[in-house]
Design a protein around this ligand. Sequence first.
Ligand SMILES: Cc1ncc(C[n+]2csc(CCOP(=O)(O)OP(=O)(O)O)c2C)c(N)n1
Ligand SMILES: [Mg+2]
Length: 394
Amino acid sequence: MPASPVSRVAATGDLRIVGQAGSEALVQLLTPEGERVDHPDYVVDAPAERLQSLYRDMVLARRVDEEGTALQRQGQLGLWASLRGQEAAQVGSARALMADDMAFPTYREHAVVLCRGVDAVQIMAIFRGLTHGGWDPHRFGLAPYSIVIGSQALHAVGYALGVQRDAARARGPARPAGQTTGSPVAVAYFGDGAASQGEVNEAFVWAGVYNAPVVFFCQNNQWAISQPAERQTRVPLYRRADGFGFPGVRVDGNDVLAVLAVTLSALQRARDGGGPTLIEAFTYRIGAHTTADDATRYRSLAEVETWKLKDPLERVKAFLHRKQLADPAFFEQVGAESDALAARLRRKCLGMADPPALAMFDHVYAGEHPPLRRQRAHLAAYLDSSPDPGEVPR
Ligand SMILES: Cc1ncc(C[n+]2csc(CCOP(=O)(O)OP(=O)(O)O)c2C)c(N)n1
Ligand SMILES: [Mg+2]
């Protein structure tokens, strides 16, 4: 298929994208050793500032993740789902998005959240159990986290179909169905395990049949809690797209440049009315599933150590060093920024006030209804009567 053009890609920076999704091999532009390699379908011309900025995003995301893990261990958060190892997959894809695109994350997309402009403090508030959502989805072009595996793939397709219909209505009935040039795109993030869910497969059906402007971004981090990826599929995940009638591409998920290039291309395709793409970002979950999991019970240390050698941050750092695209002052400045962010996060997190217990009933339904009213009244009466509000009501 022809190269994806033009205007929206140009608007995202000095990246030159050639080619299309559908390549058989793993797309890689930066090796684990930090060497630039060519790919016949994806050519990226990334200036120093853009590489520095991607590196900075990944450093800050990793730091937020480290603080999240530490705060959970100190009893300040109820749970934390680590993104360690997946920084390139998340930053590369999120930095390809335009402001009016809409991302639908799982519970692990902290770097995506940061790239969309949300304060990391809001992520902490979620894992501290203080908010139902954490941010305004419309303002940030980012749906709330979804714990229900795979559900957000259907949400993304529903949103994409809405975008498609809005565009069709705005432009008049003469437009061919699926023609959405320049329109926003929905991006569904999900994992290798979620790829087995009915919702994800139903989302593929709808997206394929209606040519929806959606990108399915699967982070194959090799594990779904304790289930290895080979228990989810007999073919590489990206090839599942064939059966639904749209292209699939497997990208080195630890290579931020390759992820950026592949995602930009898929987004452009969707904007041009070309329909969905499945991107499989081949990566690895370095940490446990969450702080409630002990990964040493089901996987070997050797496997983890092998993947650590493919660290997404180190390869960009090595490239920046080797090509003298960043001086020591840059790395010092990023380090200082990361320290300041961590200190602010800790201070803000520890200072968060508990919401009133009755606030748990707010915003659960669009409107009030009798059972909800009864439950709220029951809890209110209990709280009034009990000397110890921490006690579970019977
Ligand atoms: C519908 C549903 N079923 C089961 C679970 C429990 N669960 C939470 S995470 C998870 C594994 C998800 O694995 P994957 O999609 O690979 O994402 P990862 O956690 O590796 O990022 C499961 C089964 C859930 N949250 N929702
Ligand atoms: Mg997984």
